[in-house]
Design a protein around this ligand. Structure first.
Ligand SMILES: Cc1cc2nc3c(=O)[nH]c(=O)nc-3n(C[C@H](O)[C@H](O)[C@H](O)COP(=O)(O)OP(=O)(O)OC[C@H]3O[C@@H](n4cnc5c(N)ncnc54)[C@H](O)[C@@H]3O)c2cc1C
Length: 290
């Protein structure tokens, strides 16, 4: 389902990426996103088409809409999934969710109510390579909305200069063990052509912005290489890095759980490791220039 003000061009993109049918609902009150008009239109479409499953992105808007829709449709919602599968026997949608306390990974099904609803974190699934030759069906549906359906109005939009670490190919990540010295991590990141990510503790301490947080309440990343410094490796963190191709962890505690996720484990003081590494990379760069 594609809802918005002028979103028709996106229908072809959705088909190229794998959709067989796009239900297109366009109306000026659907743009910019506000909860009530979107809920009204989408709930109407769901009641008409009765899908078995309804998936939304766990973006700020998707999270907002999914909660309201689940209540409107009197069904359950597995929010913020870090994976989705179909149970082979029952055919039910199984959502994987973290955050029921340290170390618990829950799988949730919705056996009795329909649709089975879930929101999925950005970065959990890779975007398919678009195939422009794919054919699909675009159904433009009539939308009946009036000003009375919109209780919230967007008066002004302001955009911050956020970073999107979900797309980073390389990440240098810091946690409490870095003791606020993100300048060091930024230096390494610059030399490696990497972005900087952080654990929640580092964000809560104000060492870096929230848009760099990795994990359950941050971003799900899938870099080719992540160097993870002074992070203990709580499940809520590792869920955001578990799909990285290669994880190098540096931690002074050999029992730190991050070593269970890491491909390369360096048991040492992070500063003892990073300083010579930065030196070596700087020397290599200078050598190349020379
Ligand atoms: C509902 C919920 C959601 C959450 N969501 C997230 C989330 O999205 N992302 C997230 O990150 N956390 C999240 N958390 C918090 C998470 O449980 C952990 O508390 C957090 O990840 C810990 O951050 P940390 O590893 O930086 O700090 P700590 O757990 O304190 O670990 C610091 C590590 O640094 C090491 N260290 C210390 N000094 C050095 C040194 N000099 N050299 C090398 N190593 C050193 C220590 O051995 C230790 O392992 C969430 C928690 C809850 C309850």
């Amino acid at each position: 389902m594609l809802l918005g003000g002028d979103v028709q061009p996106l229908a072809a993109e959705a088909i190229a990426c794998g959709a067989d049918t796009v239900i297109l609902a366009e109306h000026p009150l659907l743009e910019p996103y506000t909860t009530d008009p979107q809920t009204k239109v989408m709930a109407g479409l769901v009641l008409e088409h009765k899908p078995d499953m309804l998936l939304l992105g766990a973006t700020p808007n998707g999270r907002d809409l999914a909660g309201r829709l689940a209540v409107r449709l009197r069904t359950g919602l597995t929010a913020d999934c870090t994976d989705l599968t179909i149970d082979e026997k029952s055919g039910l949608l199984v959502g994987e969710v973290t955050g029921f306390g340290q170390g618990i990974l829950a799988t949730i099904e919705c056996p009795r109510h329909r649709p089975q609803m879930a929101t999925v974190r950005p970065g959990v699934f890779t975007r398919p390579q678009p195939d422009p030759s794919r054919q699909g069906d675009v159904r433009l549906v009539p939308v009946e909305l009036s000003e009375a359906d919109q209780r919230v109005r967007v008066l002004r939009r302001s955009t911050s200069k956020g970073v999107d670490i979900t797309q980073a190919e390389r990440l240098v990540v810091g946690g409490r063990g870095v003791q606020g010295d993100f300048a060091l991590l930024r230096k390494l990141a610059r030399l490696m052509g990497a972005d900087v990510g952080a654990s929640r503790v580092a964000v809560d301490q104000g060492w870096v912005g929230h848009d760099r947080m990795i994990g359950q309440t941050g971003s799900i990343t899938r870099p080719k290489l992540a160097i993870v410094c002074g992070v203990s490796g709580a499940t809520q963190f590792t869920v955001g890095i578990q799909d990285a191709e290669t994880v190098v962890a540096i931690n002074s505690d050999r029992e730190a759980p991050i070593f269970e996720t890491a491909d390369y484990c360096i048991v040492d003081d992070v500063f003892q490791v990073l300083a010579p590494l930065i030196d070596a990379l700087e020397r290599e760069k200078a050598g190349k220039k020379g």
